[in-house]
Design a protein around this ligand. Structure first.
Ligand code: ATP
Length: 238
């Protein structure tokens, strides 16, 4: 269980999160939805150890993570699929995947690396076919798969995804959402940030709505989907 308590985060004078508290129970899909600039990415960056200017508590399986460096967070079992994929576009698919396993390289654990690679290829057969292709020449959907595959190489217990559907065609979005559901069914805990609130809520066991750095609503995905006020404000009132 990942537990955030009274988390505030700052970019210089700008406060991006204001005493946010939330829980991500094991094997759940939890979503964060809300308008641009609401602080969703900042939350993931705080958990991942990327954004260090923060106050409050981030506990994972009872252990305080708030002050941990990025690589230590990965070693503890939490991986981030960042907004905009952030691949090494000049490197091959295989090299991008291997870079996701750097914590195992540090420990020279070759067996774990090949196991992780096999799992990533099993999840995304297209990456196996294209393992020698330069990442920058993949389609948008393939790049997103590679970004998820790279995060999986660290064998995370919790996978955090920041806007995985951004800029992708509807059919590819569906494929990515199916992948997230499959990963969850195989035991991964998912913390998902999505602009596409309707899809995110449909997929989620529980969700939090952010507004200007605060949690303003929370509930099961279903309850939020059925709430007329949420529909009006975040789902386009369709
Ligand atoms: P989006 O959906 O647009 O990515 P978000 O909900 O993820 O939005 P954040 O990216 O977390 O929101 O941004 C929260 C606040 O922090 C915003 O006011 C934003 O302008 C500010 N912010 C984010 N990154 C930086 C930065 N590197 N420097 C300064 N301010 C930042």
């Amino acid at each position: 269980m990942l537990e955030i308590q009274d988390l505030s985060a700052f970019y210089g004078n700008i406060q991006a999160l204001r005493e946010v508290s939330l829980k991500v129970p094991d094997a759940w899909i939890v979503s964060i939805v809300g308008a641009n600039g609401a602080g969703k990415s900042s939350l993931l960056k705080c958990i991942a150890g990327v954004l260090t200017s923060k106050r409050g508590s981030i506990r994972f399986d009872g252990r305080e993570m708030g002050g941990m460096a990025q690589k230590t967070v990965v070693e503890q079992g939490i991986s981030l699929v960042p907004e905009g994929r952030q691949l090494f576009s000049q490197l091959s698919v295989l090299d991008n995947l291997l870079l996701g396993a750097y914590t195992y390289f540090r420990r020279r654990n070759r067996e774990r690396i090949s196991e992780a690679l096999e799992q990533a290829f099993a999840m995304f057969p297209r990456l196996r076919e294209r393992q020698s292709q330069v990442a920058g020449t993949l389609s948008g959907g393939e790049q997103q798969m590679l970004s998820i595959g790279r995060a999986l190489m660290a064998r995370p217990k919790v996978l955090m995804l920041d806007e995985p559907s951004l800029g992708l065609a509807p059919l590819i979005v569906e494929e990515i959402l199916d992948t997230i559901e499959t990963l969850n069914q195989r035991g991964a805990t998912i913390l998902l940030v999505e602009q596409n609130a309707r899809d995110a809520l449909q997929l989620s066991h529980y969700a939090y709505v952010f507004e200007t750095g605060r949690v303003v609503h929370e509930g099961t995905g279903r309850a939020l989907l059925d709430d007329p006020m949420i529909e009006e404000a975040y789902l386009g009132g369709v």
